[in-house]
Ligand binder design. Structure first.
Ligand code: BDR
Ligand code: CA
Length: 311
C-alpha cells in the first residue's frame, strides 16, 4: 500500500475522507493523521479526528495536533456549514484516545526525512498551514514528498467563501502559495470537480442501508451537511469535497483533468485566496499541478459506500 499522511480539519466531508482511507488498507497505509484549524478551531478538529478514528475501529491511529491559526492571518471558521462541533448531524461519543505528544509539523518533517524519498503522499483536506510551516522549517522535505493531493481551490465556478476563493485556500493563502511554489508534485481537487460529487438522496440512503455504526453515522452527518448545501446550491444533495482526494489515490481512473500552472492570490482584498488556474495555458508559466475537473460521480459514491461498509 501507498503511505499517506492525512492533514485535516473535520468537517463531515473530512470524516468521509478519513473513513474511505481507513476502509482501504490494501491501497493505503495511513501513517498518521494531523489536525489543523479550519472548519472549526484546532481543539475541535483534533477531537473530531479522534472520534472518527474510534468510529472506524482504529483507536490505535496516531493523531497529531498542528497549527491553531493560519501563518499570517486570524483564523476564519465555517460553523455555518458544519455546525458548532464541525461534525453536527449525529450522536457521537467523546473520544477516549489521546493525541501524540509531537507537533504535527515535526511529525510531517520527521516522517518524510525518515522514509525513502518518493514514498510518502500528503493528503490535505483543510487549510495548508501545517504543510506551509513544515516547508518553512525544513525546505529539504520538498523533493522527497511523493505527491501532495489536496482538496482546494476553484476556478470556472468561482469560490464558496468569497466570490473568488474556496475555503481551504482562503483561510491560509500564504501557506497555499508556499505549497504551489514548492516543486512538490500536486494533484488538486477544486470546487469545479467536487460540485459534481453530490450527496443525492438515494446515495445517502444506500450508505445508511449498509447498517453498520460507521456507515449510519456518516450518512447522518452527510444529511446534516446536505441540508445546508441544498438551500445554497438548489441542487439535489450537496457537494462532497474531501473524499475525492482519497478516491483519486485509490482509483485515479474515476477522474480526469489537466496539468496546469496554478498561482495563489495573497494580496488583493477582493480576490484573496483565489487559485489562478491557467487551464488554457495562456501564461507560459510551467505547470505545477494536475487539476482534476471531471469525475465518474456514481463510481465515486460506489467506492465510498463499499469501503465504509468494510469498517
Ligand atoms: C472545503 O472546505 C471545508 O468546509 C470542507 O471540509 C472542504 O475541505 C470545501 O471548500
Ligand atoms: Ca475539510
Amino acid at each position: 500500500p501507498q503511505k499517506i499522511i492525512i492533514d485535516t480539519d473535520p468537517g463531515q466531508d473530512d470524516a468521509a475522507a478519513i473513513m474511505l482511507a481507513l476502509g482501504s488498507p490494501e491501497e493505503l497505509e495511513v501513517v498518521g493523521i494531523c489536525a489543523v484549524a479550519g472548519n472549526v478551531p484546532l481543539a475541535l478538529t483534533s477531537r473530531n479526528v479522534r472520534i472518527i478514528c474510534e468510529l472506524a475501529g482504529r483507536p490505535d491511529m496516531k493523531v497529531y495536533e498542528g497549527a491553531s491559526a493560519p501563518i499570517a492571518r486570524p483564523l476564519v471558521t465555517a460553523e455555518h456549514v458544519h455546525g458548532k462541533t464541525g461534525l453536527d448531524g449525529t450522536e457521537l461519543a467523546e473520544p477516549t484516545m489521546g493525541v501524540q505528544p509531537q507537533h504535527a509539523v515535526d511529525f510531517i518533517i520527521e516522517t518524510i526525512l525518515r522514509e525513502p524519498a518518493d514514498t510518502v503522499t500528503l493528503c490535505t483536506l483543510g487549510p495548508l498551514t501545517n504543510i506551509g510551516l513544515a516547508l518553512r522549517k525544513a525546505p529539504e522535505i520538498a523533493p522527497r514528498v511523493k505527491r501532495l493531493v489536496m482538496m482546494g481551490g476553484g476556478f470556472f465556478e468561482g469560490g464558496n467563501i468569497t466570490p473568488a476563493a474556496e475555503f481551504n485556500i482562503y483561510v491560509d493563502p500564504e501557506a497555499a502559495a508556499m505549497v504551489f511554489a514548492s516543486g512538490i508534485p500536486i494533484t488538486m481537487m477544486p470546487l469545479d470537480l467536487t460540485h459534481r460529487l453530490l450527496t443525492l438522496e438515494h446515495r445517502v440512503a444506500r450508505l445508511k442501508a449498509v447498517g453498520t455504526r460507521p456507515a449510519v453515522a456518516l450518512a447522518e452527518m452527510l444529511e446534516f451537511f446536505e441540508r445546508f448545501d441544498l438551500e445554497k446550491y438548489g441542487s439535489d444533495g450537496g457537494p462532497l469535497h474531501d473524499p475525492s482526494v482519497i478516491a483519486w489515490l485509490i482509483r485515479p481512473s474515476l477522474f480526469s483533468g489537466r496539468d496546469c500552472n496554478v498561482e495563489i492570490e495573497t494580496q488583493s482584498p477582493l480576490t484573496l485566496g483565489m487559485t489562478v488556474v491557467d487551464w488554457w495555458g495562456v501564461s507560459g508559466r510551467a505547470p505545477n499541478a494536475s487539476v482534476m475537473r471531471f469525475a465518474d460521480d456514481q463510481g465515486f459514491f460506489d467506492l465510498l459506500t463499499e469501503r465504509v461498509a468494510r469498517l
